[in-house]
Ligand binder design. Structure first.
Ligand code: PLP
Length: 391
């Protein structure tokens, strides 16, 4: 059956395939699958469809159900699951790049992704440049003959800057490079990079896909042929997702549409409150008209998601005071959970970036990041209000 509405896909896509007619897909907690006979084993290893071993796609029926659902939501044909978002990015980069290739990456990205691209890939002879992806002129001028991949986040972690995904993917394609978009901050509910021309979409399932801060996982979705081009690297680098995580992702996605609506509603209200507060220098949320790329966000996103950043008028000391004063909000990294999380990128998620680089790309010592949860927004606002009084 073809499901049209996004919410219907969240609930139904990938479901109902259990051979024993289980209503909810069971967790296939097995590391290996038996063969009917030796000939069946040989056929399986020669590429005939079926399950072999939990590290090899399609992994288990639980993974298949999750992959079918996420492909339906991201408008992709095929997908691969991983033990984490970073394992997904590792397999993606190692499968698409080789010695002598050049990777162009946005200069505002998750600290772990920055570390992977800046310190691991160059060890294997891959050249990497970090550039301002909000400006397509910069992208054009930084392309080299050996540029093989363009990688970006939008909204970007943690500054919430937005880039024009369609324009960047078109430029990459013209240059013969594949484009990959980390969609973790938006989730497929608010943004579908494959529909905007991206070759690959990457998600840290640890965040909105799981949605409850109780799993670690990653996924890459794309066309059949591009996902096939990642298959061997995926198997051989071994960063497979476990069956319990696949099941939690499958369950988490059933409520993605409902959760994302509430995350975004709360984030908009909180952003508006913070924008009017005397201790706050500036609020960066794509849903605010004051956001520098508000128009791009409006064009390519169906809503503005639940992540926001703001700068205090004070510096690092005031940020510490605020984080120590919150009572409802939780002081923790990660994002996309039911509850509101607050963190300080310069000393936490992005501490791995050299300070000068961080300052240059706008991750100042006064910047705080909030993953707005799905609580009652009045409670989130009053918690931040009382904490700001103590700054
Ligand atoms: N991409 C983004 C935007 C992230 O924020 C993170 C982690 O915070 C990752 C990727 C890495 O995901 P994981 O922690 O699942 O490896």
């Amino acid at each position: 059956m073809i499901f049209k509405g996004f919410g219907t896909k969240c609930v139904h896509a990938g479901e109902g395939n259990d051979p024993h007619r289980a209503h909810t897909m069971p967790i296939y907690r097995t590391s290996t699958f038996t063969f009917e006979n030796a000939e069946h084993a040989v056929r399986s290893f020669s590429g005939s469809p079926g399950y072999i071993y939990i590290r090899s796609p399609p992994y288990t029926p639980t993974h298949s159900a999750f992959i079918e659902k996420i492909c339906s939501l991201e408008s992709g044909q095929a997908g691969l699951t991983f033990s984490s978002g970073l394992a997904a990015e590792t397999a993606l980069a190692l499968s698409q790049l080789r010695k002598g290739d050049h990777l162009l990456c946005g200069n505002v990205i998750y600290g772990g992704t920055y570390a992977l691209f800046s310190s691991i890939l160059p060890k294997f002879g891959v050249e990497v440049s970090f550039i301002d992806m909000t400006n397509s002129k910069v992208l054009r001028s930084e392309l080299r003959n050996n540029t093989k991949m363009v990688f970006l986040e939008s909204p970007m972690n943690p500054t919430m800057a937005i880039c024009d995904i369609q324009e960047i993917c078109t430029i990459a394609k013209e240059a013969g490079a594949v484009s990959a978009v980390d969609n973790t901050f938006a989730s497929p509910y608010f943004q579908r990079p494959l529909e905007l021309g991206a070759d690959f979409v990457v998600e840290s399932c640890t965040k909105y896909i799981g949605g409850h801060s109780d799993l670690l996982g990653g996924v890459v979705v794309g066309s059949n042929s591009l996902i096939k081009s990642m298959r061997r690297t995926t198997i051989e680098t071994g960063g497979a997702m476990g069956p319990d995580e696949a099941w939690l992702c499958l369950r988490g996605l059933k409520t993605l549409h409902l959760r994302m609506e509430r995350h975004a509603f709360n984030a908009q209200k909180l952003a508006e409150f913070l924008e009017g507060h005397s201790e706050v220098k500036r609020v960066i949320y794509p849903g605010l008209e004051s956001h520098p790329q508000h128009d791009s966000a409006k064009r390519q996103m169906a809503g503005y998601s639940g992540m926001l950043a703001f700068e205090l008028k004070g510096g690092i000391e005031e940020c510490m005071k605020l984080m120590n004063a919150v009572q409802l909000c939780t002081l923790a990294v990660s994002l996309g959970s039911t509850d509101t999380l607050i963190e300080h990128p310069a000393t936490m998620t992005h501490a791995v970036m050299p300070s000068e680089f961080r300052q240059k790309v706008g991750i100042s010592d006064s910047l705080l990041r909030i993953s707005v949860g799905i609580e009652d927004v009045e409670d989130i606002i009053s918690d931040l209000d009382q904490a700001l009084e103590k700054v």
